[in-house]
Structures are given as C-alpha cells and as structure tokens.
Design a protein around this ligand. Structure first.
Ligand code: IMP
Length: 190
C-alpha cells in the first residue's frame, strides 16, 4: 500500500511544502496514545472525533489505544472555504451516544483561535459527562483568542495555514498522508 505523500503540492492555487512527515506523525501519535492508555486505564473513555478534520488523526491514534474505549463523532464547521476562521461555529451533527457520567476525550485536528474547542467543551458539559479532556494534534498558540485547556498536544506550530492529514483548504487536501504548510503567498500588486 502506498500513501499519497508528495514533497510539495498545489491546492486551490496555493503552494504548500512538507512540514510534518509521516514518521514524525507516527512517533508523536504513538507517544500520545501511551499517555492516554496510562491516564484512562479503568475509565473506559469515549473518544469524540470532531469532523471533518480529525478523522485521520483519530483513526491513527485509536489504533494505538489498548484500553477499553468507545468512539463517536460531532461535526462542526468554522472555516467555510477560507484560510481564516469565519468567527462563527455551525453545528452540523450532534453525538449519538449518551455521555452522561462518562469520561470524554475530545479529538481535534488543530486548535487555532480556540473558538471551536471552547464551543465543543461548553456543548459537551451540558450533557453532564464525568470529565472532558482534550487532545489536539496541532496547536497554534500565538493565534489563541479563546481560553481553552488542552490536555494533550501533538505539535505546537506557528500561526501558518497547514494542509493534509485530514485538514483541508476549501475541502481539498484532506487525503494527503503528511502535513504541509503554505508557502509565502504571492504579493498582490494590483
Ligand atoms: P478555531 O476555532 O479558530 O480554533 O479553528 C479550529 C478549526 O479551524 C479546526 O478544526 C480546523 O477545521 C480549522 N483550521 C484551523 N487552522 C487551520 C489550518 O491551518 N488549516 C486547515 N484548517 C484549519
């Protein structure tokens, strides 16, 4: 089986170069899963993937989890087709599972301003879980506008637009097996 992992890629007219390789992703994700296995042993956590962006990260992370657990999904939209957050969160799919009294582990691809994560945590707390913990593969600390506690962070990155490994630009690029970063955008001389 071969993964789709070019050195660079053009997506919707913007060029992206390799930023975090599959090897780096694999070893960091295995280490995050070790921490989760240790911290949630005996707690039978329910992992909640935030769609669409978290689907690849969640799938890879869960295959390293060796304790009893469940999975469900919540779907949000905040970026629309742009490279900056719209500042609004739209709820597109609620949970199917009843999480009252359960230990919930939220799985997110990337925390940028923190708006989506803050929304998710408030929304889940209404359902009276025993606890809510947060795992994010990427975090842009300098972009933070909303205070949220992140319990497990894969990589802290500068405030740059990234693509691949589940993350999109106007819905494209999610199928890339590695994470890419946007090259300097061409100057607009008009
Ligand atoms: P926030 O609400 O501003 O923290 O943005 C979080 C959501 O915006 C993520 O779940 C992604 O869907 C999207 N997002 C933020 N930064 C990027 C990026 O650099 N590339 C692709 N999507 C991003």
């Amino acid at each position: 089986m071969s993964f789709y992992q070019p050195e660079s890629i053009t997506c919707n007219g913007s060029t992206f170069r390799l930023f975090i390789s599959r090897e780096q992703l694999e070893s960091r994700i295995a280490a995050l899963a070790d921490e989760i296995n240790r911290d949630f042993a005996e707690k039978k956590p329910i992992f909640i993937g935030i769609l669409n962006g978290a689907f690849i990260f969640l799938a890879d992370l869960m295959r390293h989890v060796s304790i009893p657990c469940e999975v469900d999904f919540f779907k949000l939209s905040s970026y629309g087709d742009e490279k900056v957050s719209s500042g609004r969160v739209t709820e597109l799919k609620d949970l199917d599972a009843d999480i009252q009294g359960r230990h919930v582990v939220l799985i997110e691809d990337i925390v940028d301003t923190g708006l989506s994560m803050k929304y998710m945590i408030n929304r889940l707390n209404e359902k009276k879980p025993a606890s809510v913990s947060v795992v994010t593969l990427l975090h842009k600390p300098d972009a933070s506008r909303h205070e949220v506690e992140l319990d497990y962070i894969g990589f802290e990155i500068p405030t740059l637009f990234v693509l691949g490994y589940g993350m999109d630009y106007a819905q494209e690029g999610r199928n890339l097996a590695q994470i890419y970063v946007i090259e300097e955008e061409p100057e607009n001389n008009s």
